[in-house]
Design a binder for this molecule. Sequence first.
Ligand code: AVJ
Ligand code: FE
Length: 437
Amino acid sequence: TARDEPRALRGRALGALTAARARTALLTDAVDDGELTAQHSPLMSPLVWDLAHIGNQEEQWLLRTVGRKAALRPEIDSVYDAFEHPRATRPSLPLLPPGEARRYAAEVRERVLDVLDAAPLDGAGRLTEDSFAFGMIAQHEQQHDETMLITHQLRSGPAALSAPEPPAPAPGELPAAAEVLVPGGPFTMGTSTEPWALDNERPAHHRDVAPFFLDTTPVTCGAFRAFVEDGGYRDPRWWAAEGYAQIRRNGIEAPLFWSRDGAGWLRRRFGVTEPVPDGEPVLHVSWYEADAFARWAGRRLPTEAEWEKAARHDPATGRSRRFPWGDADPTPERANLGQRHLRPAPAGSFPEGASPLGVRQLVGDVWEWTASDFLPYPGFSAFPYREYSEVFFGSSYKVLRGGAFGVDPVACRGTFRNWDLPVRRQIFAGFRTARDV
Ligand code: AVJ
Ligand code: FE
């Protein structure tokens, strides 16, 4: 009811903030102080930077802006400003040591919970800017948790994290076909109603898409291995020119973390070396590698609009839904999200998460590279700060969709947009392919 709504919003915000902090603790308690302050890769911050940055963003948005409280530690804002200091240089900053960083984030949180208690989240059935800020900060922490999970994957040494294996599909549950025809025509892309959708997902607008075929599962390690073994990395025909130059310059011959083992292949995953699992969606490929595989296979990457139409459009009603399976939130039966597992589930898993046309694993398992540049939707307006999305728009960044096993449901929607440079491979990215009719 309308009267319960403010309390429900407050509860949702509290739940999301609490879950994010539990995950932050898990990721930062798993290694010792030396590993928290070390730089495991120039691509990543020391874990202890992410930890205090999480607290500092929460201080700035929830304590100072929403709560209108005095600043707790304004002198550290600049150290934790991601734009002032690129990741490679963060180890040389005067970072709060681990104990202090933990205490700082906890102190901010304690005060934020008072702000949340007092916040007039909504009295009239409308969402205030304040409730968005709580959702944004919970998503921000979860996004940095995913970033810290990437740092864990990049660190050397024995495993520090563990998790149960994801469920495998029963043989009778596998998709009936390798690809489906997605009919052409207009659909609604983006959202104007999802309360915690970020600025770049807005507003809802019409897009026309020509009919196309789309893979029912992400591309597997086995399929990708065939490309590698066919000499795909040595044949410039398959590659965008700058992508080919980049792999040759860096001696790249297979996905990141793969190594040859006689006639076969191994891969390193969170401190464990294991045979490359042929049936699992491929991970740790750049946009260039995904694009080259697709061309070798006689196919192409889907555009972002094609991906979203396949994931959200319901042919029965003509409406766009929140997720491939409908409007209900993700569950463990529908999608591999939330770091419940430390790997994607085998291709063809999650029949309950399929789209109406039978496309599987659009949400969860691996981020999916799309053909598209990261651009604003018509009617975009930056909110609440230009540095979340707007400064990244243009032709430098490619869009990824769907979310990986390390993405929390609070930061995952059919409309959610991620982006990265086309050379990046440390993120949990795979892809699926499409073709014209
Ligand atoms: C949306 C994942 C590209 O980590 O760079 C975190 C999210 N923005 N802090 C990133 C973000 C500010 C962002 N990505
Ligand atoms: Fe951040």
